[in-house]
Design a protein around this ligand. Sequence first.
Ligand code: CA2
Length: 151
Amino acid sequence: MSNPVIAVLNGPNLNMLGLREPLVYGPDTLEDVEQLCMDVALELGVAIDFRQTNSEGELITWVQQCRGRAAGIIINPAGYTHTSIALMDALLSADLPVIEVHISNIHRREEFRHHSYVSKVAQGVLCGFGIRGYAMALTAMAELVLDQEDK
Ligand code: CA2
């Protein structure tokens, strides 16, 4: 059988990683994050579909398209984390395991970043580990989806 596909979806402004605010988000670019995910996925025996968009609608369309195509969703919803009931609804109806990732520790930052709509529908949340959080999420997701395949 072919390797299960894990969607790694990134929300608005994450295309600016490494280009601005290195003190908050670190020096790595989104390309570095994608390379890290590809390396880890290869080791784990999963495939990844890595994307970034600045549009809420496009992010929601991608989540909808995961149903039947992907085995799980890793998402850094960026600013939509704290605002988007529509994204939460889409994740819920995708009926797939969801892991939420944030590069920074959102709970050490401004009050408005402390609440996440996405956490309500996520299996787990990783925040504050920098871009390593993506690798950790992939490891956790691979365990979930490969376990599921055995059943
Ligand atoms: O810590 C994270 O990963 C966040 O999801 C990043 C979002 C922020 O709104 C969330 O509260 C936490 C912001 C992404 C913007 O990333 C930039 C990176 C470099 C320069 C400018 C923005």
